[in-house]
Design a protein around this ligand. Structure first.
Ligand code: GRF
Length: 201
């Protein structure tokens, strides 16, 4: 299966996914990385692995849908089976969601449905929860509301800063996201309503 990854920033999750494909832990390959930020380190990571890296400047498009249409056509030209959001900071339009039904995944740094949207880590810390974590989910029309695929808890310590907690969450993300992608690639995820059933064997 071919994978496309959309990323706006550092791309440490992208790196974990590329590493997973190179180690044979994910039976797929990343064929395209797209970013809305020219300087996203994610693009550099892609180039280092000889993966096609595209920067699309949002300012060159009339609006969100026009931009998404350009992204959609880049992905469709490459026969991609799964679209992966990895720190992609743009909201996807319904046009995008309906172009890849059931084939878009995201990772979020909290235990959804708690603390969706921006600053999931900061929100959890400010709220004072003792346990947070991360969630891999399918993407639907709303923000961070799609069916949950995998979740893992991470403890919150009294002396945590946003950085220290995010680091601990990142470490789990780098394990959880490749695992969810491999389950998808192997056809081991089915949906009953909004509930993901994982067929481990
Ligand atoms: C991750 O914490 C992810 O949960 C969130 O954005 C962050 C991206 O980090 N969606 P990176 O760019 O993969 O390092």
């Amino acid at each position: 299966m071919k994978l496309a990854v959309l990323a706006s920033g550092n791309g440490s999750n992208l790196q974990a996914i590329i590493d997973g494909t190179e180690k044979g832990e994910i039976d797929a390959r990343v064929v395209l990385v797209i970013s809305d930020k020219k300087d996203a380190y994610a693009l550099e990571r892609a180039r280092k692995h000889r993966i096609e890296a595209c920067y699309l400047d949002p300012k060159k498009y009339a609006g969100r849908e026009d931009y998404d249409r350009a992204v959609i056509s880049l992905i469709k030209e490459r026969d991609v089976g799964l679209v992966i959001l990895a720190g992609y900071m743009r909201l996807l339009s319904p046009v995008f969601i309906s172009a890849f039904p059931g084939r878009i995944m995201n990772i979020h740094p909290s235990l959804l449905p708690s603390f969706p949207g921006l600053e999931g880590v900061g929100q959890a810390l400010r709220y004072g929860v003792k346990v947070s974590g991360c969630t891999v989910h399918f993407v639907d029309e709303n923000l961070d509301t799609g069916p949950v695929i995998l979740q893992e808890a991470v403890p919150v310590y009294d002396n945590d800063t946003e950085e220290s907690l995010h680091q601990r969450i990142h470490d789990v993300e780098h394990r959880l996201y490749p695992k969810a992608i491999q389950l998808f690639v192997k056809g081991k995820i089915s949906l009953e309503g909004r509930k993901c059933i994982i067929h481990e064997r």
